[in-house]
Every structure is written in structure tokens, then in C-alpha cells.
Design a protein around this ligand. Sequence first.
Ligand code: ZN
Length: 235
Amino acid sequence: MNRNLDKSQAAVADYVTTQAKKALIKQKEFLLHGKIHAYVKNAFTEDIDLGSVFKTIENIIPLDFLSEVDIIYIGDFEELKERRVNALYDNGALYISNEQSSEEDLLDDIVHEFAHATEDTYGFELYADDAIEKEFLLKRRHLYDILSAHGHEAPLQQYLHIGYRQEFDQFLYKEVGYEKLTHFTMGLFTSPYAATSVREYFASGFEEYFLESGDRTTLGRISPALYTKISELLN
Ligand SMILES: [Zn+2]
């Protein structure tokens, strides 16, 4: 056996792999589900292979859910910075920040926004019977009791508004704080952010459903109406 030859072969193999990886990272255009175009306007700040993240998404989220998604942009967008978010879905376009710490983070962001895209596609199926709203409102009433008992005062009326309201968002985020909120919402919401609005309730449940598939029972137990709706959409 020629050890030196083996070593140089390994070095060549390493080089080829590194070059292939670099080429993938440099790639600017991608296709999701063979249909939805994605453009990388500014390269990711970390070594992230968007193609591999897309493959994961193709395995978990059906194209039917995304029929309202026209295009995906990755870049350093002002709008994202202004709103202090990593991603946003607006009118068929998904904008994703190129500042991602890992492929896992990117996957979370995309799946979250795809939940909102799914709401666009299946608005009627999801919300016409009010099952998700009712479930969310019961949880909000429960949260009101918990937070009031711990001295965090906000009028009940604010808890009974299901849409996004900055004032209530700030109350949860700033006055209560997410660390305490995580503790107070355990077993009630799948994440503290789920308490923000009915749409974020849905998106958080959607993330749990598709990204924590080993533990779907948790979502089924905490949010049975939401869990049932997503299962129905899949069938
Ligand atoms: Zn959201």
C-alpha cells in the first residue's frame, strides 16, 4: 500500500468536495418543487446550501400548500431590517435574510413563512368554521387569568382581539418578557410567540407539525383543533 498516494488521492477528493460545495454556495438561482423560483441577491453570510434546505422542504411540505407562492428572494433587504425580522411573506413573495446562522435556522424561517402562505392558499378551509379561532381565544382567556394573577395587567379586551396588534405584542414581548412568557405558556401554547395572534398561533403550530414530526403528539394534545386542520389539509 502506498500511503503517500492514498494521501494525495484523499487530498484531491477533499479538494473536489470543497469546490463542489463552493459552487453550490455560489449558485444564485434555485427551484423549489421544480416550480417556485428562488434568487440569491446577496450571498449567505455563512456556508449554507440552499439546495439542501429546499430538498428537506420538498419532503415535508406539499406543493399544493404553496400555490400562492410566486417567488423567493434571499438578500440583505431594508424591509427586513426595519421590521427586525429574518423573513417575511408578502403577496406571493417570500423575502429571506441572507444573515442566517445555520441551515436549520433558515429551514425554520422558511417553514414559518410557508405557514402564512398556506393560510393564503387555504384560508377558507382553515378558518371558515372558526375552530382554530375558538381554540386560540380559549387559550388567550386562560393566558389572561395566568398573567393577571402574576401582576401583568392588560385589559381582557386586548386578549379577545385575535388579529395582530402591536400594543399587545409589545405587552407580551417587553412587559411580560419572553422568558417568563415561555414559563407561563407551557402546555398552553407550543411557543410564546404563538400567543401573538391567531395567524402566529397557526404558523407556530405548522412549524411544530412539520419540523418536530417525532413529537406531533405534543401539538395534538396542546392544540387539537389546529392539529386536526393541518392533518385534514394533508389528506
Ligand atoms: Zn409569522
